[in-house]
Design a protein around this ligand. Structure first.
Ligand SMILES: Cc1cc2nc3c(=O)[nH]c(=O)nc-3n(C[C@H](O)[C@H](O)[C@H](O)COP(=O)(O)OP(=O)(O)OC[C@H]3O[C@@H](n4cnc5c(N)ncnc54)[C@H](O)[C@@H]3O)c2cc1C
Length: 534
């Protein structure tokens, strides 16, 4: 049994930022299921939104966020996150994170942050490290963690389930005591006990067959919290990025919106331009409009992808403007200066999650959730670009303050049993696990993707229920492996997305249902909340 003051699950920007703050007040364990840097954070390209210039204001950032959120943001949360942003960016810089800067405008010397602009932002406010902001954030945070003797990092440690008082049969309000964690190297399940557990496990892109997310994004935190009795909110709002490279070997590579910004044109595989039928801005229409248009073209023709064509631009321009995209495509056998790039929309960001307040406090005592796994009310029905890294930073600061300053946690004073695995044997046929993985991801893509209908959702619900029964059997009969654990979690998250989508009889933000194509004003400010019964 391993005892700490704080147990952090996940080593993306949320988990690492919290660990560094909490370490000032006690011993911290970070359990992370692969290598430390492997996270959605590591792949973030654009940057972090924060009000950093005199031309900008908190009010403008708040209004942009509320507009994107389509009537579902919690305004008090939005204000806190926006107003605390600049201080968190300053902390990252003090820690040694390098943001791209440029010569001070209108002055002969000095430098200032190079603020980028992205869709939905009325001002330039994106601080970035070229197009590798997330990688630079992970580098700086992991270096700080490595230099902190009060933080112990457990790589290849997969959190299976939270340990709660209700699961142990203790009466009274539900309380979290820690988690059971699989050591993937030894195959043993360890018991981590701590008065404060932080879920920072990120999103769930892998629930869909096409995603920009890396393999870790299997919604484990949402599934664990749901099993532990927490409320899960707004899971119908999954953001799809319109253009992810479609290639059998290159997984999850994003083709930046900037390619369309520089004149790239979306076409069918036969070479027909189609965006003029959907929006006056054609290929430069808003992200959700473009994603829906591509989905509709693919469904109509049965094609696996569409293409993005920038071959009409001079090759030296394209190679200079998009060096990383050019090189990655070329390595995959596609010369984007001579041939169109095959693209598909792909699941990108989970706006809903474990319901928390602005400090990341869940309704289970001792359990906090921050970053993409949480639903704080910042994003509402659609995330404003680059607000997610910001939310994770602010959440980490506030959660750490809340636990250590205002309400010191109670010690764990019950006997926590170790994991029971005596009867388990190795799975007999791994093909069952592999097949169910594929089936869920394909099913979610086809029936619960960008454009939904009641019939498709109901069909998906029935199939998921069957699959869950099979997975349940497998789970209890065999020794747990990370593949099986992730399969159980994507099935749970799929179920939650479907139920949430069925529960909202309107189209709002990212949730688009052909049977209810209009926004229903009576559904504004109403979160979709699901809680496990019994
Ligand atoms: C390609 C791409 C580009 C993006 N660009 C931007 C951008 O420019 N700006 C922006 O604001 N956002 C961007 N995002 C979104 C943003 O990166 C994420 O929302 C953010 O990084 C989430 O941080 P996190 O700490 O909550 O989760 P993550 O960074 O995903 O970290 C989750 C951690 O939890 C671990 N974990 C998961 N399950 C378990 C388990 N069961 N046990 C133990 N450990 C577990 C993972 O291994 C990982 O270490 C982008 C996302 C992608 C995929």
């Amino acid at each position: 049994m391993k005892r700490f003051d704080f147990l952090v699950l996940g080593s993306g920007i949320a988990g690492l930022s919290f660990a560094l703050k909490a370490a000032a007040h006690g011993r911290v364990a970070i359990a992370t299921k692969k290598q430390s840097a492997e996270s959605n954070t590591n792949y973030a390209q654009g940057g972090i939104a924060a009000v950093m210039s005199k031309e900008d204001s908190f009010e403008l950032h708040v209004q942009d966020t509320l507009k994107a959120g389509a009537g579902l943001c919690r305004e008090s949360t939005v204000r806190v996150v926006v107003e605390e942003g600049p201080a968190r960016i300053a902390e990252l810089m003090e820690m040694g994170m390098h943001f791209t800067d440029r010569p001070l405008s209108g002055a002969s010397e000095g430098r200032e942050l190079d603020l980028g602009r992205e869709g939905g932002h009325s001002k330039r406010r994106i601080v970035h490290a070229k197009d590798m902001t997330g990688r630079e954030a992970e580098r700086a945070l992991l270096a700080a963690v490595a230099g902190n003797p009060r933080i112990e990092v457990f790589e290849d440690h997969f959190a299976i389930d939270l340990i709660t008082s209700h699961k142990l049969g203790v009466t009274g309000p539900n309380r979290c005591y820690g988690a059971y964690v699989l050591d993937r190297q030894t195959g043993e399940v360890e018991t981590f006990v701590a008065p404060v557990t932080l879920l920072a496990t990120g999103g769930c892109g892998k629930v869909y067959v096409y995603t920009t997310n890396p393999d870790i994004a299997t919604g484990d935190g949402v599934a664990m919290a749901y099993r532990a009795g927490a409320t899960i909110g707004n899971m119908e709002f999954i953001q799809f990025h319109p253009t992810c490279l479609y290639h059998p070997r290159v997984k999850s590579f994003l083709i930046s919106e900037a390619v369309r910004g520089e004149g790239g044109i979306l076409k069918t595989v036969e070479g027909r331009e189609f965006m003029d039928g959907y929006h006056p801005m054609k290929s430069l229409a808003p992200r959700d409009v473009v994603a829906r248009a591509i989905d509709s073209e693919m469904k109509r023709s049965g094609a696996d992808h569409v293409v993005l064509d920038i071959t009409h631009k001079p090759a030296p321009f394209t190679m200079d403007r998009f060096p990383n995209i050019y090189a990655t495509c070329l390595a995959a056998g596609i010369d984007m200066t001579k041939q169109p790039i095959p693209v598909v929309p792909a699941a990108h960001y989970q706006c809903g999650g474990v319901m928390t307040d602005v400090d990341g406090q869940t309704e289970i005592e001792g359990l906090f959730a921050i970053g993409e796994v949480a639903c704080t009310g910042l994003h509402g029905a659609n995330r404003l670009a680059s607000n997610s890294l910001l939310e994770a930073l602010v959440g980490a600061h506030r959660a750490a303050q809340r636990v250590v300053l205002s309400r010191p946690p109670r010690k764990v004073d019950v006997e926590v049993p170790v994991w029971e695995s005596a009867k388990a044997t190795d799975p007999d046929e791994m093909v069952v696990v592999a097949h169910n993985w594929d089936e869920i991801r394909r099913l979610m893509w086809d029936y619960v993707g960008i454009v939904r209908t009641n019939k498709r959702l109901q069909r998906a619900q029935k199939r998921i229920a069957n699959l869950q029964e099979e997975i349940h059997e497998y789970y209890w009969d065999f020794r747990v492996t990370s593949d099986l654990l992730e399969l159980r979690n994507i099935a749970t998250v799929a179920e939650l997305i479907i139920r949430s989508a069925l529960a909202r009889p309107e189209s709002r933000g990212l949730h688009y249902n052909l049977d209810h194509p209009e926004l229903d004003p009576s559904w504004a400010q109403r979160d979709t909340m699901l809680r496990r019964e019994g």
